[in-house]
Design a binder for this molecule. Structure first.
Ligand code: HEM
Length: 485
């Protein structure tokens, strides 16, 4: 392998492989004077470090399958995986998950993990938060859990109307494929735009969503944050402040977003921590639920019948629709947008009851996607069974539903938190936005089902790309929508 180097004195060629061989031979000669074991250990250690680093970089592109591989070998004991920027200890037994939840916030921190993920100093217009939960009060968590949930009966009808209007506009501006007006839509970008709009309506009100500058910055905000945080995390630490600082100055969407949001939020809620609530939004989940409806069309008619009978009740209460609830849950079980949950960053050294250590700066977490297909928790775990979570008594009342290929022994709801379903995390820090997120997803899916027929243009094509633990829907996946009337 020849490399050419140009200098003032001319061009030099260096054979890199020969050079490496020379170094190894020189090392071999030198090491003859050392005890054999020392040499052996050194080579062993170097090989191990190289292997771990290579795996760490592979994790970026194959995170879910690497986690699944180690989970399958682990027999539910803790196992470690390295990313380029952090070592992670995965725990999967209910006992160990409970240990993470019970650890004091000063030792294992969800805020610290979120901070590491999002690098807010560089990516959020200088906004930052404490590693330790509760330093600024947990008022905003309560606000989300109680106020947002209690407001669902007011929010759901207006979200439904806004959804109908925007989807009609989208259909009108999309490529029409036949004489009955079917339109081909790139699903992921369309759903992202819609979710940003509807969330802004719920969280910031009518006025702000009419502000075009704010809305276009809100759309770019999430993606720019995640992308810049990735760049900063993968850099050597001494470069992070320089590159992060430059990136931060370039992110115009962040400045616009905060400039518009801060006065409006302060006026309405006097609750500054709400600024960070936009980090978890359900657009990816909705995309996969729509894919699953296309891939398992036998569920569409029973769910439509449920909507005809009970959508009005759902609009009034924000509750109900057990068939749709179960279908969404099954879709998220088999295509979770993330393969990891219960992220905690160690602020102090932490030791699990089996002796596994998590050092300061490292993560403890749970392999949620692998748990979702564990035979201990799910009969026929790899089979899509859209109504597996429904109470059998409800199913026997529903006419002509497909016989579920598998049923859970105990019925459950999408919003239920359990160690076998970690979509919302666990214990005292379980997602307070889950009632809102779940009702939100039902509004979008129900409106589409009631008003449109839809099918995937290329059902057998790959539908996502993998980055770390995330499954990101492919932006070029197309779905054809046809108005039902
Ligand atoms: C499909 C959508 C969502 C998913 C999958 C999700 C998932 C999660 C998860 C896994 C956690 C961490 C829990 C733990 O580690 O134990 C969490 C925490 C949190 N989520 Fe969500 N979430 C979603 C939507 C939302 C929404 C819409 C909001 C706000 C409106 C929200 C606000 C929060 C907050 C504030 C926390 C931190 C709770 C605390 O510090 O105690 N989430 N979420």
């Amino acid at each position: 392998m020849l490399r050419n180097y140009v200098t003032d004195q001319g061009i030099y060629s260096v054979d890199v492989s020969a050079l490496v061989c020379c170094i190894l031979i020189a090392y071999g000669l030198w090491s003859q004077h050392k005890p054999l074991m020392l040499t052996y250990n050194l080579f062993g250690n170097v090989a191990k470090v190289v292997r771990v680093r290579m795996m760490a970089w592979q994790y970026l592109f194959r995170g879910p399958s690497i986690i699944q591989h180690y989970f399958d070998k682990s027999n539910e004991e803790p196992f470690e995986i390295h990313a380029p920027d952090v070592r992670m200890v995965f725990v999967s037994s209910p006992k160990h998950i409970k240990e993470l939840d019970s650890a004091p916030d000063t030792v294992l921190s969800l805020n610290g993990a979120a901070k590491h993920m999002l690098q807010p100093v560089y990516t959020m217009n200088g906004f930052n938060w404490f590693d330790r939960r509760g330093v600024e009060g947990i008022g905003f968590v309560r606000t989300l859990r109680t106020l947002l949930t209690n407001n669902l009966p007011f929010l759901v009808p207006s979200l439904g109307t806004l959804m109908q209007v925007r989807w009609k506009e989208l259909m009108a501006s999309s490529k029409v494929t036949n004489e009955i007006g079917s339109a081909q839509i790139y699903l992921y970008p369309a759903i992202m735009k819609l979710v940003v709009l509807l969330n802004a309506r719920s969280l910031f009100g009518e006025d702000l969503i009419k502000n075009h500058r704010f809305m276009s910055s809100a759309l770019r905000y999430v993606e720019e944050t995640l992308l810049s945080a990735e760049v900063v995390k993968l850099l050597p630490s001494f470069l992070a402040p320089i590159v992060g600082g430059s990136l931060s100055r370039c992110l115009s969407s962040h400045k616009t977003f905060f400039d518009s949001l801060i006065p409006a939020t302060e006026q309405r809620l006097r609750e500054r921590n709400l600024k960070r609530q936009g980090h978890q939004v359900p657009e990816r989940t909705i995309v996969y639920v729509i894919h699953d409806l296309c891939l398992h069309p036998e569920y569409i008619e029973p769910i439509r019948r449920e909507l005809e009978a009970s959508y009005e009740y759902f609009e009034r209460t924000g509750q109900g629709l057990p068939l749709l609830d179960s279908f969404i849950k099954e879709s998220t079980r088999l295509t979770p947008v993330e393969s990891m949950s219960v992220r905690r960053r160690a602020l102090q050294p932490f030791t699990l009851s089996d002796g596994t250590k998590v050092s300061v700066g490292e993560w403890a977490c749970a392999p949620s996607a692998a748990i979702n297909t564990h035979a201990r928790y799910y009969p026929s775990p790899e089979t899509f069974s859209g109504f597996r979570f429904v109470d059998p008594a409800i199913l026997s009342d529903t006419h002509e539903y497909p016989t579920p290929p598998a049923m859970q022994t105990k019925p459950s709801k999408l919003t239920d938190v359990d160690h076998s379903f970690l979509m919302w995390g666990t214990g005292r820090m379980a997602c307070p936005g889950r009632y809102y997120a779940s009702a939100f997803m039902k509004v979008v899916i129900a409106q589409l089902l009631m008003n449109y027929d839809f099918e995937l243009v290329k059902p057998s094509h790959a539908r996502w790309i993998s980055w770390r633990v995330a499954k990101i829907p492919r932006p070029r996946t197309k779905v054809v929508f046809t108005a039902r009337d």
